[in-house]
Design a binder for this molecule. Structure first.
Ligand SMILES: [Zn+2]
Length: 298
């Protein structure tokens, strides 16, 4: 878990990290979050003389921000955890905003990170899986049921590799950092080799690595072109482990996207700027937004 004290201008004032304690079960994770938030709250009061005025929390899985529920997270064993109410209680009645981890990270990238100033953007982190956040006018579109932006489950190779979602040939089975790691481990014969090793091998001209990399970039471009055909974003922000390959990824990716578009306008394709603090900063922005909206309605 990452937590931070965030100023009204989005500045990161203080940052801390700790384990979720998930090996001790779902209740232990909830307790870790509540305890961590309470400590940060106390630290803020001591160090800055004024306590935090609101809290934001971003969690993985399925989230219902309106009801303040963490609905489901397979890796945490969660079912309908009333996180907003629990956190508000622990923090002495402080207003609390709840968000989804990728969409919250996207909010930060769009507002204070790589998409700063972009009215419409798409944030796509390439990590263990592939997710997405659709930014429109300073907010993130969650969809009617909280599933908007799941670009990792666009089918780009019908009948392709089986995906955890039950479909075959989903983008994340071909172009996530985990997928590239698997493909390069198989191609190189080194079970320990990962996506970063593959990128290095591409840079040194290894032909097997170039093939693995090209397959992933082609699949990624196919998925991204579907997304930009629907959304017409001004900026396409690519993050996650695979984006750490820098121009080894971005140069062929821009070319592959450009090759595929016909009438569509090309967005700027840029690397994410905030790294793994995006979620933290985004949760802070959600908290500030919550205060702003309650001031307006009060
Ligand atoms: Zn899938």
């Amino acid at each position: 878990m990452k937590a931070a004290l965030v100023g009204a201008d989005g500045a990161l004032l203080y940052e801390a990290r700790r384990a979720t304690g998930r090996e001790r079960g779902p209740d232990a994770v909830v307790e870790s979050i509540l305890g961590f938030a309470a400590e940060l709250h106390a630290h803020g009061r001591e160090r800055y003389g004024t306590a935090a005025v609101a809290a934001g929390v971003a969690v993985p899985g399925i989230v219902d921000p309106d009801r303040g529920l963490a609905v489901y997270a397979a890796n945490l064993g969660w079912r309908d955890v009333p996180l907003r109410a629990l956190l508000g209680e622990r923090l002495g009645g402080l207003p609390v905003a709840l968000g989804h981890d990728v969409r919250t990270g996207g909010l930060a990238e769009g507002r204070v990170g790589a998409g700063k100033g972009a009215d419409r953007f798409l944030f796509v982190p390439l990590g263990t899986g592939i997710a997405g956040a659709i930014g429109i006018g300073g907010a993130i579109e969650a969809g009617a049921h909280g599933y908007a932006g799941e670009i990792g489950h666009i089918v780009v190779r019908p009948g392709g590799p089986a995906c955890g979602c039950g479909q075959r040939g989903c983008l994340e089975t071909l172009a996530s950092a985990a997928a590239v790691s698997r493909a390069w481990a198989a191609a190189s014969g080194d079970p320990e080799a990962d996506a970063a090793d593959c990128a290095k091998a591409v840079e040194s001209g290894d032909e097997r690595a170039v093939r693995v990399w090209r397959d992933a970039v082609d699949a990624l471009a196919d998925g991204l072109v579907t997304a930009l055909t629907l959304l017409d974003p001004r900026t396409l922000i690519i993050g996650g482990g695979l984006a750490e390959a820098g121009e080894t990824l971005f140069t062929p990716l821009r070319a592959a996207v450009e090759e595929r578009v016909t009438f569509q306008k090309l967005p700027a394709i840029v690397p994410a700027a905030l790294g793994d603090t995006a979620g933290c900063l985004g949760a802070g922005l959600l908290a500030w937004d919550l205060l702003a909206s309650s001031e307006v309605s009060a």
